[in-house]
Design a protein around this ligand. Structure first.
Ligand code: HOZ
Length: 421
């Protein structure tokens, strides 16, 4: 197997053989050769219907021709300038038009940079230090937020190398728990700069907010001079044109973005009200900078991608999401299993637990051994989902009804295999 050989070689040069922990599944990850529409091809000649989609960005599928062509054209004109381009304004205008809270945007290179910068801005604006994050939410791999995190950090203690001085100002709280937040704000409201959350948790599987939870957060933050940050790195441009804030009708103060915004190229951004964003350097005193900020390749890919994302697009994608979730529910019903099918719009995950999942603790009741059997049966059958119970699966424009039907057949096999002793 070429993938196995490559992985063994990679382990000598790349820690764990990969460049991001979640990619290193056992016995070895397959190595990609190319992607085309809904399919990923590996170096061993296998093809997979892909529901990982690079962990979210590829909402149009792999190598979507209009995006690839726009990028090719831009490549011939250069890959970085270190001076502004007109396309940065165009993309900023698109973000402002779509995202309800966005009046001004700063483009950065990753979701991690976006949340790090938005938190700095919130602290500067409020003059307060503490931030609130929810157990199991993942806001990138930087020090402030790598505390009881989801994704590859799921279940790990805080990483060595993070000084406790950095995380002592990060307050943890369970998701979907209004009472806990009320009590926290009563106790420490004067010290809280921001509440940051993934409005739909996408790094412990997929956990939507309970009805009224986001509205509650909006109210309590407004009443207490706390900045509300929606981390829409996953939900942005995924669940609606204007992300979760449009989908749920709740407007935060700041939003962080990434993934789809870069059209398959590295990209992050944070945006929000002008009065806050004008504090960002060089307009204001809150420092943020980067050689590749607003990189012309990523900006071009993002701009072209957004052109293809309109209401009709989301309606079609939502139907596919529904078909997938209903299909899995039917399989479970036929097998008399009471596991949880979670998700909304084009996001989904199957939790191997009978307990309803509304927060991190409940997500952790899932049986990961069963998930791994399910994952490997899928992989063997030509369906690739993220290799962790605690990631989220995605559907793209390129996935056909037939793809979903084939995948459901393999998923049925996967669920049955997971149940075998
Ligand atoms: N859950 C991560 C971001 N949503 C996946 C990407 C990674 O860590 O490699």
């Amino acid at each position: 197997m070429k993938s196995e050989e490559l992985f063994n070689d990679a382990k000598n040069y790349l820690p764990g053989g990969v460049d991001s922990p979640v990619r290193a599944f056992k016995p070895y990850p397959f190595f990609a050769l190319k992607g085309e529409r809904s399919r990923l091809f590996d170096v061993d000649g296998n093809t997979y219907i892909d529901y990982c989609l690079a962990y979210g960005p590829l909402v149009l599928g792999h190598a979507y021709p209009p995006v690839m062509n726009a990028v090719k054209e831009q490549l011939l004109k250069g890959s970085a300038y270190g001076v502004p381009t007109e396309n940065e304004i165009k993309l900023a205008k698109e973000v402002v038009r779509r995202m309800p809270c966005a009046e001004m945007v700063r483009f950065v290179n990753s979701g991690t940079e976006a949340t790090m910068s938005a938190i700095r801005l919130a602290r500067a604006v409020t003059g307060k230090k503490k931030i609130v994050k929810f157990e199991g939410t993942y806001h990138g791999a930087h020090d402030y937020v790598l505390v009881k995190s989801g994704s590859g950090a799921m279940g790990l203690p805080d990483s060595p190398g993070i000084p406790e001085e950095t995380t002592k100002n990060t307050v943890l709280i369970p998701f979907n728990d209004e009472e806990a937040i009320t009590a926290l704000v009563e106790r420490q409201g004067d010290d809280l700069a921001a509440i940051i959350l993934e409005p739909v948790m996408g790094n412990v599987g997929c956990i939507p907010p309970k009805k009224g939870f986001l509205e509650f957060l909006r109210e309590i933050t407004l009443e207490n001079n706390i900045i509300l940050i929606f981390d829409e790195v996953i939900t942005g441009f995924r669940i609606a044109e204007g992300g979760a804030q449009e989908y749920f009708g709740v407007t935060p103060d700041l939003v962080t973005m990434g993934k789809i915004l870069g059209g398959g190229f590295p990209m992050g951004a944070f945006a929000g009200k002008k009065e806050f964003m004008e504090r960002v350097a060089p307009a204001g005193d809150v420092y943020q900078a980067g050689t590749f900020n607003g990189n012309p390749i990523s900006i071009t890919a993002g701009l072209e991608t957004l052109k293809h994302l309109d209401n009709e697009f989301y309606q079609e994608l939502d139907i596919k999401g529904l078909k997938m979730r209903r299909g899995i529910e039917d399989i479970l019903e036929d097998a008399s299993l009471d596991y949880q099918v979670a998700g909304l719009a084009s996001m989904f995950q199957l939790y191997f637990t009978n307990e309803p999942v509304w927060n991190y603790a409940q997500a952790k009741t899932a049986n990961t051994d069963k998930f791994h059997k399910y994952f490997h049966t899928l992989l063997h059958g030509g369906v690739f989902i993220p290799p962790s119970q605690f990631e989220c699966c995605f559907i793209s424009k390129a996935h056909s009804s037939e793809d979903i039907q084939i995948s459901l057949e393999i998923m049925e096999k996967g669920i049955k295999t997971a149940e075998k002793k």
